[in-house]
Design a protein around this ligand. Structure first.
Ligand code: HEC
Ligand code: HEC
Ligand code: HEC
Ligand code: HEC
Ligand code: HEC
Ligand code: HEC
Length: 501
């Protein structure tokens, strides 16, 4: 049987378009079946099935009418007349039939396809793994966070169609930047359009549900030859406690529905905060704290670009992508035993190694190995001779910790992404709690060491100081290099950078 079609359809452009559409449609069906029967991680398969092939198919389908239009124009050079549909002609009936059947299949499959595409483009593997090199730091740190089972989209994309569209538009822009290799390294933070909002976090955590106290034990290993240990146990005042003496709200006071804390920042990363306004929403009382008297008088416009109302993200800005500082990850590797504490001076050496910037992720291992080997060959030849296993273990241990926290290719590391929880390596809480912001009565935003946490235990196995039940100890700075005035007067960040010390 010969299928008769309008003459205008018999042109090479339309035929080619039609063939492209048919071939890509069959490939979609074929790959879809494969991906359903053989489960596993199909990172790129999804990209092909739900995004690339449908685009090719649609391009093919668009070629058909374009070809027909050209062919008609060509044939009747005179006319601008519209095509005529005559159902008495067999060609026209065939064309109509193909059009209707084709459209039905297309509508049906695009319904299924867009549903799948929706899920696929919201999936963790799409967000985290397709552009592997670009997202590797965020993906790797995410997998080591408490949120490893919370999908990227759950934090980054709010619910509702407007968020979906916003995310896809921003996504298109990103694909473009990756293809042209114009994306910045490190990826800038804070992000503006897909930044999680307070509501996002409150789907799973809400202020009423916080624990009153959370215990933290930190084990430090100092930079001396013995890698001397020093422990600190802090009781974090996370939530409210009801004491007979009164009511103390603790750290989450800032997000109590009755309180509103606003601030003005002067740098993009919001590390400099010269002005803070607290409004008690119940009584209407307003207190302004600022770094100087003249600043206290300013009255920012409600929509000023650098005025922010404090929310979860002002403290928890790295809940899923926390690149730990070398000081922190080396301490942890020593305390879990993956870097042997017996190796003299390993803490100081490891810190020094991490301080240097290296150019590519591929050279991390060889760089660490050569530095550790040459140090022990020169300084402790007897260890290199008799106990090479210890040195190998330290190399492996440091490599494993380095690899998931420092990403040379993307220039992603702790100092590129300040973490606002705490005050040791970034000012974090001390951006406001520095005893330098005063209100009109001269009261400051307190940096008393026992406002946010109680120091319950400090010292080492030779001598531990322990606090009584509801009290905190007076802080003793580890090591013997630092005087009391040093840490009491300045900020911790005056000395602490993450590597030195
Ligand atoms: C628990 C919530 C949460 C989850 C889950 C999450 N993120 Fe994030 N992400 C954040 C926050 C918060 C920021 C920092 C926002 C800011 O400071 O503006 C961020 C920042 C980013 C940035 C900007 C660069 C940077 O590091 O600051 C990228 C890229 C990113 N996330 C990708 C991902 C990917 C990919 C996934 C999934 C593999 C993911 N995120 C999962 C909360 C989350
Ligand atoms: C889909 C649910 C979900 C969402 C959304 C979510 N989290 Fe979590 N979060 C969890 C789970 C699960 C844990 C781990 C269990 C635990 O530690 O209680 C966790 C743990 C935490 C912890 C304690 C552990 C840590 O890493 O210090 C913090 C802080 C936290 N989340 C903050 C946030 C912030 C901030 C946001 C918003 C950007 C957020 N979460 C969004 C589910 C969620
Ligand atoms: C003023 C800074 C600050 C703000 C604002 C803040 N947090 Fe926290 N949050 C902390 C600190 C500090 C801890 C103690 C954790 C630690 O030691 O790392 C904590 C602990 C937590 C924990 C783990 C402990 C627990 O009880 O489950 C969760 C979850 C959490 N915060 C979620 C939130 C959410 C959600 C918001 C916003 C509604 C928020 N936080 C606002 C500073 C803050
Ligand atoms: C934008 C400024 C700002 C930042 C950043 C900030 N705070 Fe505050 N905080 C305030 C103000 C203002 C007060 C109220 C004045 C006061 O009590 O000293 C306050 C009060 C507190 C209180 C006492 C609450 C009570 O029970 O009355 C605690 C605890 C606290 N903050 C912990 C923290 C911690 C922990 C961080 C860092 C994770 C932090 N704050 C970061 C502004 C800030
Ligand atoms: C405004 C609240 C606040 C004040 C005031 C405060 N801290 Fe902290 N501090 C924190 C928070 C929050 C952390 C937890 C950081 C984290 O979760 O990594 C912390 C952590 C620490 C740690 C452990 C650091 C680490 O990363 O191992 C020490 C030690 C410490 N504080 C000492 C002090 C001393 C000493 C003072 C007084 C000069 C002080 N703090 C005042 C909020 C505060
Ligand atoms: C004058 C500089 C200086 C100031 C200010 C300072 N430190 Fe230190 N800190 C040091 C030095 C140096 C070491 C390293 C001691 C060593 O390794 O032998 C150190 C080590 C530490 C350690 C052990 C860290 C580790 O992993 O080995 C902690 C914890 C610490 N400091 C807390 C603080 C806190 C909290 C503050 C702020 C309240 C602070 N320091 C302010 C110089 C300082």
């Amino acid at each position: 049987m010969k299928l008769e079609l309008p003459n205008s359809a018999k042109n090479w452009f339309s035929i080619a378009g039609f063939m492209i559409a048919v071939v890509s449609f069959s490939m979609i069906v074929f790959l879809f079946v494969i991906s359903t029967f053989f489960s596993g991680t199909h990172i790129y398969l999804g990209l092909i099935i739900y995004i690339i092939l449908p685009m090719v198919m649609i391009a093919g389908l668009i070629m058909v009418p374009i070809g027909m239009f050209w062919a008609r124009k060509h044939r009747q050079a005179s006319g601008s007349e519209l095509p005529v549909l005559d159902l008495n002609l067999r060609q026209h009936r065939n064309a109509l039939f193909i059009f209707l059947v084709g459209t039905t299949i297309l509508v049906f499959s695009s319904a299924v396809g867009s549903y799948e595409a929706y899920h696929y483009t919201e999936s963790v593997s799409f967000c985290g793994q397709v552009c592997h090199q670009v997202m590797q730091p965020e993906f790797e740190s995410y997998q080591h966070s408490s949120h490893a089972r919370v999908a990227c989209a759950e934090c980054h994309i709010g619910s509702g169609a407007d968020w979906y569209v916003k995310a896809k538009i921003s996504g298109l822009h990103q694909v473009y930047a990756v293809l042209l290799d114009t994306f910045p390294r490190p990826i800038p933070t804070p992000i503006t359009n897909l930044r999680p909002a307070r509501e996002t976090c409150e789907q799973c955590h809400w202020p009423k549900k916080f624990y009153p106290r959370e215990e933290r034990l930190e084990q430090y290993f100092l930079g001396d030859e013995e890698n001397s240990q020093w422990d600190v146990m802090l009781s974090m005042k996370v939530g409210p406690v009801h004491k007979s003496s009164g009511f103390s709200e603790g750290i989450h006071w800032h997000v109590d529905p009755n309180n509103k804390v606003e601030y003005i920042y002067t740098d993009e990363r919001r590390q400099e905060i010269p002005w803070v306004r607290y409004t008690n929403l119940k009584t209407g009382e307003v207190t302004v704290y600022s770094a100087s008297d003249s600043l206290r008088e300013i009255e920012p416009a409600a929509d000023a670009a650098n005025l922010r109302t404090m929310d979860c993200l002002d403290c928890h800005n790295r809940p899923a992508h926390d690149y730990k500082s070398p000081r922190y990850f080396i301490n942890h590797a020593i305390s879990e035993g993956s870097i042997p504490k017996e190796l003299p001076g390993i803490k100081a050496l490891a810190r020094e190694i991490c301080e240097e910037e290296i150019s590519s992720s591929d050279s991390i291992y060889s760089f660490i190995k050569s530095r550790i080997d040459s140090f022990y060959n020169e300084e402790y030849p007897e260890i290199a001779e008799e106990n090479p296993g210890l040195i190998r273990k330290a190399t492996e241990g440091l490599y494993e910790a380095y690899r998931v926290n420092i990403f040379p290719d993307m220039k992603a590391r702790w100092d590129a992404y300040p973490n606002n929880i705490g005050h040791l390596e970034f000012n974090g809480c001390f951006r406001c709690h520095d005893d330098g912001h005063t209100d009109s009565a001269g009261e400051t935003i307190s940096r008393d060491c026992n406002v946010c946490h109680l120091i319950k235990v400090q010292g080492n196995e030779n001598a531990y100081q322990t606090a009584s039940a509801f009290e905190g100890l007076k802080f003793v700075h580890p090591g013997d290099e630092v005087d009391e005035e040093d840490w009491q007067e300045g900020l911790c960040t005056d000395c602490h950078t993450g590597t030195d010390p």
